[in-house]
Design a protein around this ligand. Structure first.
Ligand code: HEM
Length: 466
């Protein structure tokens, strides 16, 4: 993504303090542990935001058997995610999701397995392929607008619509498949994430075989996801695939030599479930929060509408329009600053390290949070305000490159960032040309920090013509 930010740092806390002893870590006292665990389950964002406000850029959460090291300076993010990335594996949340659902897919695999997979998958996201995906995006945008046209004046759950849209784009662009018959995918992923988060917070104390409702719901959801993958893979085996260059073909081709059928199925399953999850929820979250913010800032909505009218007129946009939609682009960037779909990047240290002058033990759980970094008062003036203009010029952002990391950073940076950004921008422009949305009376959307930042309870809005 073309970022309009510049190094070096001009932030508050210096990351280069002298090495301290382990006792020096700032953080909540032991008697705060029960409250912390409650917050970890009910309000992870408040837990991090409050801690950053109270203790600064380095916080140690000692929570009984678990200790979480929270680093909130962009230099810390650079060190952990990029400069010394080789010393870190994926951490809490993702580790549970790996065990429960994602296995060794690209998001959660490590080391040589990850390198091998990234080499296989990357070509599916090449720039020349992306231009071709624009048609898939705008077809889905037209289908969405056709649905909205029958609902003018009514209340719809826009976040469900965004999930439906991004799932459809993902299916047609990367898997050459129509995922619309698989409507249970969205809810199934919700169940699966709920269980992964529960596992994280309960510190693995409730085994999966216990027949409690949460476990039963999870097992059903996981079964549905696996059935869906089977439909996709076997459908491909029969039809012979698309033109042989989409992601599903690349994966099937790469693992065709694997003689052990069970192993072959396992790697394909892990890769496809991962792409289904990583590829749709994040973009749906971006678009949902965009519509929410625009409903609260009608002047920004009007500016986006005006840009779409001027640039697109009656046309359906293409990828060449992306550079002609600068205001819409800044709205998406600012939305991802305030509501980064991936709110927490968790890591586990392999060997002992030093971060921001603090000694970090081996095998330590580390949290870097785009959510708190993006609202760090040392790097962002009026950090909680929605001001798309701050992304309009390089000089408007007087910040550090690692103070804005919606797609992560370093070797594990998002493989789908250009697709996600193109999709969000084109859909936002197409829809804003014809529609605006008013939050339904009484609705108070709140972020829900699961693996991605969802809108708790959906986004009920009244559909209005722009
Ligand atoms: C606005 C949209 C998106 C956002 C904000 C986003 C964000 C991210 C972030 C922050 C990471 C890094 C996670 C970490 O370091 O632990 C990531 C990784 C990943 N994303 Fe995205 N993503 C988006 C769209 C997509 C799309 C459209 C796809 C695929 C179709 C995708 C597939 C992946 C995969 C496979 C990884 C793992 C990459 C690796 O470890 O090599 N993402 N994403």
């Amino acid at each position: 993504m073309g970022m309009t930010v510049a190094e070096p740092a001009s932030g508050s806390a210096s990351a280069q303090s002298p090495v301290r002893s382990r006792r020096d870590y700032p953080g909540p006292p032991m008697h705060a542990v029960p409250g912390l665990l409650r917050k970890l389950w009910f309000d992870r964002l408040a837990m991090l935001t409050d801690a950053a406000r109270e203790y600064g850029d380095v916080v140690k959460f000692a929570m009984g058997p678990k200790t979480l090291y929270f680093f909130n300076h962009p230099d810390h993010a650079k060190h952990v995610l990029a400069d010394n990335a080789a010393n870190y594996h994926k951490g809490i949340g993702l580790a549970e999701a790996r065990r429960l659902l994602l296995g060794d897919g690209l998001l959660t695999s490590e080391d040589e397995v990850w390198k091998h997979q990234r080499r296989i998958i990357q070509p599916a996201f090449r720039r020349d392929r992306l231009a071709g995906f624009a048609g898939v995006v705008t077809d889905a945008g037209e289908a969405l607008k056709a649905r909205l046209s029958t609902r003018v004046g009514e209340v719809v759950d826009l976040s469900a619509e965004m999930t439906r849209l991004t799932m459809s784009v993902l299916g047609k662009s990367l898997l050459s498949a129509d995922l619309s018959p698989l409507r249970m995918l969205g809810p199934a992923f919700e169940e699966a994430q709920d269980r992964a988060m529960f596992e994280m917070v309960s510190l693995g104390a409730v085994p999966l075989w216990l027949p409690i409702p949460r476990n039963l719901r999870f097992r059903r959801a996981r079964g549905q996801l696996e059935d869906a993958v089977e439909v996709l893979v076997s459908g491909r085996a029969h039809s012979g695939g698309s033109d042989g260059t989409d992601l599903l073909s690349l994966l099937a081709g790469a693992y065709a030599g694997e003689r052990d059928a069970r192993k072959r199925w396992r790697v394909l399953r892990d890769e496809i479930v991962t792409i289904l999850l990583a590829g749709h929820e994040t973009t749906a979250s971006t678009l949902s929060w965009t519509w929410y913010l625009l409903s609260q800032h009608p002047e920004a909505g009007a500016a986006m509408h005006a840009e779409a009218m001027e640039v697109l007129g009656d046309r359906t946009p293409g990828s060449e329009d992306l550079t002609r939609l600068p205001y819409t682009t800044t709205v998406i960037q600012e939305t991802m600053r305030l509501y980064p779909p991936v709110w927490g990047l968790t890591r586990r240290s392999l060997a002992a390290d030093e971060v921001g002058g603090y000694p970090l033990p081996a095998d330590a759980d580390v949290m870097i949070s785009p959510y708190t970094l993006h609202r760090h008062p040392g790097f962002w003036p009026e950090p909680d305000e929605f001001r798309p203009e701050r992304f309009a010029t390089a000089t408007a952002v007087t910040t550090h490159r690692y103070a804005y990391i919606p797609f992560g950073a370093g070797p594990r940076v998002c493989v789908g960032s250009h697709l996600g950004m193109m999709e969000a921008t084109l859909i936002a422009a197409m829809v804003a040309r014809d529609y605006r949305f008013e939050l339904a009376p009484g609705a108070r959307p709140q972020p829900e920090a699961m693996l991605s930042l969802r809108v708790r309870g959906g986004l009920p809005v009244r559909v209005c013509r722009a």
